[in-house]
Design a protein around this ligand. Structure first.
Ligand code: SF4
Ligand code: SF4
Length: 131
């Protein structure tokens, strides 16, 4: 068993039931992508979302590591991540970079793109782009 891993489609996930909160992964991540949950979740009963994914938007207990889940509960259903849907300027794109017909592939091939800390050789699949 493991508490964090990369899924076959590239999304890195955390199993909140297996994470012991040692924070080694937080120390190792060069992108500060991980955040430790210091507090107990305080969720009013009438605001609890019952449509959750085990590796996604379910409440996390105090003392576990969290990170962006790429809205796995949405993207595995073919929906866009919530932050993409809500972005008022359309600045975000999500998709399969291996699909030659995808918008994300078009952006990578036709815009000026860069990744953070390229010199580290971590080859992240998270790109920044501009015209
Ligand atoms: S904090 Fe990170 S390294 Fe430690 S158990 Fe949790 S996922 Fe693994
Ligand atoms: S809303 Fe965006 S930043 Fe938040 S988990 Fe979903 S994809 Fe990640």
């Amino acid at each position: 068993m493991e508490a964090t891993w990369q899924e076959p489609d590239g999304i890195v996930v955390v199993d909140y039931n297996w994470c012991i909160g040692c924070r080694y992964c937080q120390a190792a991540c060069p992108y500060w992508a991980r955040r430790f949950n210091f507090t107990r979740p305080r969720l009013p009963e009438d605001e609890v979302n019952t449509e959750t994914h085990y590796l996604g938007n379910r409440p996390r207990s105090k003392g576990v590591m969290e990170k962006c889940t790429f809205c796995i509960q949405r993207t595995r259903k073919g929906l866009n991540p919530a932050c993409l849907e809500i972005c008022p300027t359309g600045s975000r794109e999500f998709g399969n970079i291996l699909n030659p017909d995808s918008e994300i592939r078009y952006i990578i091939d036709n815009k000026r793109v860069f990744v953070l800390k390229e010199a580290l050789g971590t080859t992240p699949s998270f790109y920044y782009f501009f015209d």
